[in-house]
Design a protein around this ligand. Structure first.
Ligand SMILES: NC(=O)C1=CN([C@@H]2O[C@H](COP(=O)(O)OP(=O)(O)OC[C@H]3O[C@@H](n4cnc5c(N)ncnc54)[C@H](OP(=O)(O)O)[C@@H]3O)[C@@H](O)[C@H]2O)C=CC1
Ligand SMILES: O=C(O)C1=N[C@H](C(=O)O)C[C@H](O)C1
Length: 234
Protein backbone atom coordinates (compact mmCIF):
# COMPACT_ATOMS: atom_id res chain seq x y z
CA UNK A 1 0.00 0.00 0.00
CA UNK A 2 1.04 3.60 -0.54
CA UNK A 3 0.74 5.38 2.79
CA UNK A 4 0.65 9.12 3.60
CA UNK A 5 1.84 10.08 7.08
CA UNK A 6 0.08 13.19 8.34
CA UNK A 7 2.33 14.16 11.24
CA UNK A 8 5.93 12.96 11.27
CA UNK A 9 6.75 13.22 14.96
CA UNK A 10 7.28 10.42 17.51
CA UNK A 11 4.37 8.36 16.21
CA UNK A 12 4.75 9.17 12.49
CA UNK A 13 8.39 8.00 12.59
CA UNK A 14 7.56 4.80 14.52
CA UNK A 15 4.73 4.02 12.08
CA UNK A 16 7.05 4.56 9.10
CA UNK A 17 9.46 1.84 10.32
CA UNK A 18 6.68 -0.69 10.98
CA UNK A 19 4.88 0.07 7.70
CA UNK A 20 8.08 -0.45 5.68
CA UNK A 21 8.77 -3.74 7.51
CA UNK A 22 5.25 -4.86 6.51
CA UNK A 23 5.99 -4.13 2.85
CA UNK A 24 4.30 -0.72 2.44
CA UNK A 25 5.62 2.46 0.80
CA UNK A 26 5.57 5.85 2.50
CA UNK A 27 4.66 8.21 -0.37
CA UNK A 28 4.07 11.37 1.66
CA UNK A 29 5.24 12.76 5.02
CA UNK A 30 3.40 15.90 6.10
CA UNK A 31 4.52 18.10 8.98
CA UNK A 32 3.73 21.61 10.19
CA UNK A 33 4.95 23.66 7.23
CA UNK A 34 3.84 21.32 4.43
CA UNK A 35 0.78 22.92 2.86
CA UNK A 36 0.43 22.12 -0.87
CA UNK A 37 0.71 18.36 -1.04
CA UNK A 38 -1.17 15.87 -3.18
CA UNK A 39 -2.93 13.44 -0.84
CA UNK A 40 -4.42 11.51 -3.76
CA UNK A 41 -1.16 9.66 -4.42
CA UNK A 42 -1.80 7.66 -1.21
CA UNK A 43 -4.03 4.58 -0.88
CA UNK A 44 -4.54 5.46 2.79
CA UNK A 45 -3.49 8.24 5.17
CA UNK A 46 -2.44 7.85 8.81
CA UNK A 47 -2.84 11.00 10.91
CA UNK A 48 -0.85 11.36 14.13
CA UNK A 49 -0.50 15.13 14.25
CA UNK A 50 -1.67 17.73 16.79
CA UNK A 51 -5.18 18.48 18.11
CA UNK A 52 -5.62 21.84 16.30
CA UNK A 53 -4.98 20.41 12.80
CA UNK A 54 -6.33 16.84 13.00
CA UNK A 55 -9.86 17.64 11.78
CA UNK A 56 -8.49 19.62 8.80
CA UNK A 57 -6.19 16.71 7.87
CA UNK A 58 -9.03 14.20 8.13
CA UNK A 59 -11.42 16.40 6.09
CA UNK A 60 -8.80 16.82 3.37
CA UNK A 61 -8.51 13.03 3.06
CA UNK A 62 -12.27 12.46 3.00
CA UNK A 63 -12.79 15.26 0.46
CA UNK A 64 -10.23 13.56 -1.79
CA UNK A 65 -11.56 10.01 -1.36
CA UNK A 66 -8.54 8.81 0.59
CA UNK A 67 -9.32 6.42 3.51
CA UNK A 68 -7.99 7.87 6.76
CA UNK A 69 -6.87 6.45 10.10
CA UNK A 70 -6.51 9.00 12.89
CA UNK A 71 -4.87 8.52 16.28
CA UNK A 72 -4.53 12.19 17.15
CA UNK A 73 -6.21 12.98 20.46
CA UNK A 74 -7.74 16.21 21.75
CA UNK A 75 -9.84 17.16 18.68
CA UNK A 76 -13.06 15.24 19.43
CA UNK A 77 -15.32 18.30 19.57
CA UNK A 78 -15.22 17.93 15.74
CA UNK A 79 -15.71 14.14 15.67
CA UNK A 80 -19.40 14.35 14.64
CA UNK A 81 -18.48 16.63 11.74
CA UNK A 82 -15.88 14.09 10.57
CA UNK A 83 -18.49 11.36 10.82
CA UNK A 84 -21.01 13.36 8.72
CA UNK A 85 -18.39 14.22 6.10
CA UNK A 86 -17.37 10.57 5.86
CA UNK A 87 -20.99 9.54 5.26
CA UNK A 88 -21.59 12.37 2.76
CA UNK A 89 -18.48 11.42 0.74
CA UNK A 90 -19.03 7.66 1.12
CA UNK A 91 -15.52 7.55 2.55
CA UNK A 92 -13.64 5.40 5.05
CA UNK A 93 -12.50 6.57 8.48
CA UNK A 94 -11.23 5.10 11.74
CA UNK A 95 -10.44 7.07 14.88
CA UNK A 96 -9.10 5.38 18.01
CA UNK A 97 -7.80 7.06 21.14
CA UNK A 98 -5.44 4.10 21.40
CA UNK A 99 -4.51 1.64 18.63
CA UNK A 100 -2.64 -0.91 20.74
CA UNK A 101 -4.05 -4.41 21.03
CA UNK A 102 -3.36 -4.41 24.79
CA UNK A 103 -5.28 -1.20 25.44
CA UNK A 104 -8.23 -2.38 23.35
CA UNK A 105 -8.40 -5.51 25.51
CA UNK A 106 -8.05 -3.23 28.57
CA UNK A 107 -11.03 -1.14 27.31
CA UNK A 108 -13.20 -4.29 27.33
CA UNK A 109 -11.92 -5.35 30.77
CA UNK A 110 -12.75 -1.84 32.06
CA UNK A 111 -16.35 -2.10 30.76
CA UNK A 112 -16.82 -5.53 32.35
CA UNK A 113 -15.46 -4.34 35.70
CA UNK A 114 -17.64 -1.19 35.55
CA UNK A 115 -20.71 -3.39 35.05
CA UNK A 116 -19.74 -5.65 37.98
CA UNK A 117 -19.26 -2.60 40.26
CA UNK A 118 -22.51 -0.89 39.23
CA UNK A 119 -24.53 -2.27 42.19
CA UNK A 120 -21.71 -1.70 44.67
CA UNK A 121 -22.16 1.93 45.71
CA UNK A 122 -19.56 1.64 48.49
CA UNK A 123 -16.79 1.77 45.83
CA UNK A 124 -15.67 5.06 44.23
CA UNK A 125 -13.80 4.99 40.93
CA UNK A 126 -10.77 7.14 40.09
CA UNK A 127 -8.52 7.17 37.02
CA UNK A 128 -4.90 8.10 36.56
CA UNK A 129 -2.98 8.59 33.33
CA UNK A 130 0.77 9.20 33.11
CA UNK A 131 2.46 10.44 29.92
CA UNK A 132 5.68 12.13 28.78
CA UNK A 133 6.07 15.87 29.30
CA UNK A 134 5.70 16.70 25.55
CA UNK A 135 2.04 15.63 25.48
CA UNK A 136 -0.21 18.57 24.46
CA UNK A 137 -3.60 17.34 25.76
CA UNK A 138 -4.94 16.25 29.16
CA UNK A 139 -6.57 14.03 30.07
CA UNK A 140 -5.34 11.55 27.48
CA UNK A 141 -7.75 10.29 24.82
CA UNK A 142 -7.37 6.81 26.31
CA UNK A 143 -8.44 8.05 29.76
CA UNK A 144 -11.51 9.68 28.18
CA UNK A 145 -12.42 6.39 26.44
CA UNK A 146 -11.99 4.55 29.76
CA UNK A 147 -14.22 7.08 31.54
CA UNK A 148 -16.86 6.73 28.81
CA UNK A 149 -16.67 2.94 29.26
CA UNK A 150 -17.47 3.33 32.96
CA UNK A 151 -20.27 5.85 32.37
CA UNK A 152 -21.98 3.52 29.85
CA UNK A 153 -21.82 0.55 32.24
CA UNK A 154 -22.11 1.89 35.79
CA UNK A 155 -25.18 3.77 37.08
CA UNK A 156 -23.11 5.62 39.70
CA UNK A 157 -21.40 7.86 37.13
CA UNK A 158 -22.59 10.21 34.39
CA UNK A 159 -19.57 12.47 33.76
CA UNK A 160 -15.78 12.75 34.13
CA UNK A 161 -13.53 15.68 34.99
CA UNK A 162 -9.83 16.38 35.53
CA UNK A 163 -9.26 16.25 39.29
CA UNK A 164 -12.94 16.50 40.25
CA UNK A 165 -14.56 15.34 43.48
CA UNK A 166 -18.14 16.09 42.36
CA UNK A 167 -20.92 13.58 42.87
CA UNK A 168 -21.40 11.05 40.01
CA UNK A 169 -18.27 12.42 38.29
CA UNK A 170 -15.18 10.28 37.64
CA UNK A 171 -12.05 12.15 38.77
CA UNK A 172 -9.15 11.82 36.32
CA UNK A 173 -5.61 12.63 37.46
CA UNK A 174 -3.16 13.44 34.63
CA UNK A 175 0.56 13.24 35.47
CA UNK A 176 3.41 14.24 33.17
CA UNK A 177 6.76 12.48 33.69
CA UNK A 178 9.63 12.53 31.20
CA UNK A 179 9.66 9.72 28.60
CA UNK A 180 6.62 7.76 29.86
CA UNK A 181 4.89 6.31 26.72
CA UNK A 182 1.49 5.88 28.45
CA UNK A 183 0.20 4.32 31.69
CA UNK A 184 -3.49 4.12 32.58
CA UNK A 185 -4.94 2.94 35.90
CA UNK A 186 -8.57 2.52 36.92
CA UNK A 187 -9.14 2.09 40.67
CA UNK A 188 -12.26 1.28 42.67
CA UNK A 189 -11.83 2.19 46.33
CA UNK A 190 -13.96 1.39 49.37
CA UNK A 191 -13.25 1.89 53.07
CA UNK A 192 -11.94 -1.65 53.33
CA UNK A 193 -10.08 -2.30 50.06
CA UNK A 194 -9.07 -1.21 46.55
CA UNK A 195 -9.31 -2.92 43.17
CA UNK A 196 -7.10 -1.62 40.32
CA UNK A 197 -6.61 -2.52 36.69
CA UNK A 198 -3.65 -1.04 34.83
CA UNK A 199 -2.17 -0.89 31.34
CA UNK A 200 1.47 0.11 30.92
CA UNK A 201 2.86 0.78 27.44
CA UNK A 202 6.60 -0.03 27.41
CA UNK A 203 7.17 1.88 24.14
CA UNK A 204 5.19 3.20 21.09
CA UNK A 205 5.44 0.01 19.00
CA UNK A 206 2.00 -1.29 19.99
CA UNK A 207 0.25 1.98 19.07
CA UNK A 208 2.08 2.14 15.73
CA UNK A 209 1.50 -1.50 14.76
CA UNK A 210 -2.22 -1.12 15.57
CA UNK A 211 -2.47 1.95 13.34
CA UNK A 212 -0.80 0.16 10.39
CA UNK A 213 -3.04 -2.90 10.86
CA UNK A 214 -6.06 -0.57 10.94
CA UNK A 215 -4.91 1.10 7.69
CA UNK A 216 -4.48 -2.30 5.99
CA UNK A 217 -7.97 -3.30 7.16
CA UNK A 218 -9.63 -0.01 6.10
CA UNK A 219 -8.56 0.05 2.44
CA UNK A 220 -11.42 -1.25 0.28
CA UNK A 221 -14.10 -0.54 2.90
CA UNK A 222 -16.49 2.40 3.30
CA UNK A 223 -17.90 3.71 6.57
CA UNK A 224 -16.88 4.92 10.01
CA UNK A 225 -15.18 2.21 12.06
CA UNK A 226 -13.50 1.59 15.41
CA UNK A 227 -10.68 -0.67 16.57
CA UNK A 228 -13.33 -3.13 17.78
CA UNK A 229 -14.25 -3.65 14.11
CA UNK A 230 -10.60 -4.17 13.14
CA UNK A 231 -9.75 -6.52 16.01
CA UNK A 232 -13.16 -8.20 16.07
CA UNK A 233 -13.52 -7.78 19.84
CA UNK A 234 -16.13 -6.12 22.07
N1 LIG B 1 -4.24 6.73 19.22
C1 LIG B 1 -3.06 6.25 19.64
O1 LIG B 1 -2.84 5.04 19.71
C2 LIG B 1 -2.00 7.24 19.99
C3 LIG B 1 -2.25 8.56 19.86
N2 LIG B 1 -1.26 9.49 20.06
C4 LIG B 1 -1.61 10.85 19.73
O2 LIG B 1 -1.04 11.15 18.46
C5 LIG B 1 -0.71 12.52 18.36
C6 LIG B 1 0.74 12.64 17.95
O3 LIG B 1 1.59 12.13 18.95
P1 LIG B 1 3.18 12.21 18.82
O4 LIG B 1 3.63 11.62 17.54
O5 LIG B 1 3.70 11.71 20.10
O6 LIG B 1 3.36 13.80 18.76
P2 LIG B 1 4.55 14.64 18.05
O7 LIG B 1 4.44 16.02 18.60
O8 LIG B 1 5.82 13.90 18.18
O9 LIG B 1 4.12 14.63 16.51
C7 LIG B 1 3.13 15.44 15.98
C8 LIG B 1 3.64 15.96 14.68
O10 LIG B 1 2.60 16.64 14.00
C9 LIG B 1 3.23 17.71 13.32
N3 LIG B 1 2.31 18.73 12.80
C10 LIG B 1 2.08 20.00 13.23
N4 LIG B 1 1.21 20.62 12.41
C11 LIG B 1 0.87 19.71 11.46
C12 LIG B 1 0.03 19.74 10.32
N5 LIG B 1 -0.66 20.86 9.99
N6 LIG B 1 -0.10 18.62 9.57
C13 LIG B 1 0.59 17.51 9.89
N7 LIG B 1 1.42 17.43 10.94
C14 LIG B 1 1.56 18.50 11.71
C15 LIG B 1 4.21 18.23 14.34
O11 LIG B 1 5.18 19.06 13.72
P3 LIG B 1 5.93 20.20 14.61
O12 LIG B 1 6.61 19.45 15.72
O13 LIG B 1 6.84 20.81 13.63
O14 LIG B 1 4.85 21.11 15.12
C16 LIG B 1 4.80 16.93 14.86
O15 LIG B 1 5.89 16.48 14.06
C17 LIG B 1 -1.06 13.11 19.74
O16 LIG B 1 -2.35 13.68 19.67
C18 LIG B 1 -1.07 11.90 20.66
O17 LIG B 1 -1.92 12.08 21.77
C19 LIG B 1 0.00 9.12 20.42
C20 LIG B 1 0.31 7.80 20.60
C21 LIG B 1 -0.67 6.74 20.41
O1 LIG C 1 0.36 11.39 23.48
C1 LIG C 1 0.69 10.20 23.66
O2 LIG C 1 1.87 9.85 23.74
C2 LIG C 1 -0.36 9.19 23.73
N1 LIG C 1 -1.58 9.56 23.43
C3 LIG C 1 -2.74 8.74 23.40
C4 LIG C 1 -3.77 9.25 24.37
O3 LIG C 1 -3.95 10.47 24.52
O4 LIG C 1 -4.45 8.42 24.98
C5 LIG C 1 -2.44 7.27 23.46
C6 LIG C 1 -1.23 6.89 24.26
O5 LIG C 1 -1.55 6.82 25.61
C7 LIG C 1 -0.03 7.78 24.02
Amino acid sequence: MNIALLGYGRMGQTIEKIAIKRGHNIVLKVDKDDKDYDITKADVAIDFSIPSVAFGNISNCLNNNVPVVSGTTGWLEDYDKALSLCKEKNGAFIYASNFSLGVNIFFELNKTLAKMMSNLGQYNVTMEEIHHTKKLDAPSGTAITLAEGVIENNVNYDDWKLGSDEDKTIPIVAKRIEDVPGTHTVTYESEVDSISIEHIAHNRQGFALGAVVAAEWLVGRTGVFSMNDVLNIG
